[in-house]
Design a protein around this ligand. Structure first.
Ligand code: SF4
Length: 240
């Protein structure tokens, strides 16, 4: 095994272990919450959260790029190119998130039956988004909801567990973020920099533009591969 492939293996192994750890944490947290009378509304086919902009670390994107099929690769490419057009002239995160919700539709990795097409390797961001309210709220545009309905939603949230004012479980989101940061630290220690960005864009860059090979050449190699592919926008890919 070459030094480069050993480095990628370490990153991929860590990402896999982190996903397994979070999976167990989500399961045990959910069991405890249900025992205490709470309800978790997530399930197969309830995919409204798959309309949100998903951002992830490099290793998780690489794992998906390595196992997706040709049709998925085409969907991901179409998504990435559309998103690249959409962010032209966009500088603020809230603007980006709003445009994404209104224009990008579902994640390109979502199957027609509403199930995740890469479920075994779905990223920490997706695994950590656990809903304490009905699925419809996961895709809701709060600017279009009547004030009375919005107030009723907020009043009904379990403030002890959610990341207020959202209905997602705070402890699980925090755990996902900590694991992502640990992934970034390993990448920094192995390669000298960390890569984080939009899931579809990173998967596309790994699959179609050999981002992994470029990253093994160092920060400059990664930056120039991202630039040559036309995705050097801070809201799409972040090199730190
Ligand atoms: S990776 Fe899977 S779970 Fe995550 S947004 Fe895409 S389809 Fe949904």
């Amino acid at each position: 095994m070459t030094e480069g492939s050993e480095t990628l293996k370490q990153l991929l192994d860590q990402a896999k272990q982190q996903q397994m750890f979070l999976e167990m944490f989500v399961r045990s947290w959910g069991d405890d919450y249900r025992l205490g009378g709470g309800t978790i509304h997530c399930g197969k086919g309830c995919s409204n959260c798959c309309r949100l902009a998903v951002h992830t670390g490099f290793a998780e994107a690489l794992a998906i790029a390595r196992q997706m099929g040709a049709e998925q690769a085409r969907e991901v490419e179409a998504y990435a190119l559309k998103l690249r057009e959409m962010v032209q002239g966009v500088a603020e995160l809230p603007h980006y998130l709003r445009l994404h919700r209104d224009n990008m539709g579902f994640c390109p990795l979502l199957n027609d039956d509403g199930a995740c097409g890469v479920y075994p390797v779905r990223p920490l961001t997706c695994r950590s988004l656990i809903s304490t309210r009905e699925s419809a709220w996961c895709g809701a545009d709060f600017s279009k909801i009547a004030p009375a309905d919005r107030d009723a939603f907020l009043a009904g949230l379990d403030r002890k567990v959610v990341s207020f004012p959202s209905h997602y479980v705070a402890a699980l989101q925090e755990s996902g973020k900590e694991l992502e940061e640990a992934g970034a630290q390993l990448m920094r220690s192995l390669l000298g920099f960390a890569l984080y960005g939009n899931l579809g864009v990173l998967v596309h860059l790994c699959h179609n533009h050999d981002l992994a090979g470029a990253a093994l050449q160092g920060r400059d190699g990664a930056v120039s591969a991202i630039r040559e592919a036309g995705f050097d926008h801070p809201l799409l890919v972040n090199v730190s």
